[in-house]
Ligand binder design. Structure first.
Ligand code: ATP
Ligand code: MG
Length: 304
């Protein structure tokens, strides 16, 4: 079996008495785009900065390419590319010079691919970095990362300053990495980006991973909204264990949420009541994530 590229096992990070990471456990497999999502302050950047050896962990284990992220950081960095959400550039260098500097720091050369990326991202590389907007600073870091031949690419909210055209270019480039068998760890608040590109997702909240899986897995875990009208009264449906938030404006019409895996059995219970109208709406990605983001406790609450 191939080894995972990234292994994080019960990782903890404290800042003084504040526990920023309590229990982060996840793996990124070769050739996989892993989406790392969760509310502001959940611990995504802290996890990533620990992976990069910028922060030292307080507990648990984290390896990349089977090597310890703290003690083997130098060796690991030769094989990865990283783009943070807030890109710092040397103000007196031009964008082009910064790109070349980033590449040299990673033992990489400026290639035809670098020029193609500068074109694609529509960057004027002659301007001084200090004159660049936030989006243009991000483009500089993205161009350097995408023209780096690495095995693992780590992006921490890399597109927060990009316009929709550039967001599309970013997504195309990530999909090209994936097609080339590279591994990607991407933290993002842009759900469409996550939906389109990520093979698996880890949801982080309050320093813990509360769910990991494919989007389809997560949809399965969630609920379908049902509105139904029947000829016989609907009251008996309310007590089914898979039915939640039952709301009946009258005895023959109700709206409720059904655990998606129990949809079949609920339909079987409805059928003898004589269905005259039925509407069922699967959860949208936003529904799904809002519920995870808003939940108070741990996994026990994940389905509310
Ligand atoms: N150097 C630090 N010292 C003290 N607390 C910190 C430090 N860095 C991060 N934190 C705290 O750790 C928690 C996690 O922050 P982190 O930046 O990892 O969140 P995030 O998931 O990346 O959020 P966002 O979506 O806003 O980028 C926050 O409560 C933050 O205030
Ligand atoms: Mg962050």
């Amino acid at each position: 079996m191939t080894q995972p590229v990234v292994v994080i096992d019960q990782l903890q990070k404290n800042f003084g008495s504040f526990k920023a990471l309590k229990d982060i456990t996840l793996t990124v497999n070769p050739g996989e785009v892993f989406g790392f999502i969760g509310p502001n302050g959940a611990g995504k950047s802290t996890t990533i900065r620990t992976l990069l050896g910028i922060l030292q962990k307080s507990g648990g284990r984290a390896t990349i390419f089977g090597q310890d992220v703290w003690t083997d950081a130098v060796a690991i960095h030769k094989r990865l590319a990283y783009v943070p959400g807030d890109v710092y550039l040397w103000p007196n260098l031009s964008g082009g010079e910064v790109i070349d500097l980033f590449l040299r720091l990673n033992d990489q050369a400026h290639t035809a691919r670098t020029d193609a990326l500068i074109q694609k991202f529509d960057l004027d590389p002659r301007k001084k970095a200090r004159t660049y907007s936030k989006g243009n600073r991000q483009k500089v870091a993205l161009i350097a990362a995408f023209s780096t031949d690495a095995e693992l690419y780590i992006f921490d909210e890399p597109t927060s300053g990009l316009d929709p055209l550039m967001e599309e270019v970013f997504q195309q480039e990530v999909l090209a990495l994936k097609a080339a068998g590279k591994s990607v760890l991407l933290s993002s608040h842009i759900l469409s980006e996550v939906e389109r590109m990520c093979d698996r997702i880890g949801i982080i909240r309050d320093g813990r991973i509360i769910e990991t899986g494919t989007l389809d897995d997560m949809r399965q875990l969630s609920r379908t909204q049902v509105t139904v009208t029947t000829t016989l009264p609907l009251a008996s449906i309310q007590s089914l264990p898979a039915v939640h938030h039952f709301d009946a404006p009258d005895a023959h019409k109700a709206t409720f949420a059904v655990d998606s895996e129990a949809l079949g059995s609920v339909m079987s219970a409805l059928a003898p009541l004589g269905i005259t109208a039925l509407q069922s709406t699967p959860p949208t990605l936003e529904d799904l994530f809002l519920r995870y983001y808003n939940q108070e406790g741990g996994e026990a609450d994940a389905q509310h």
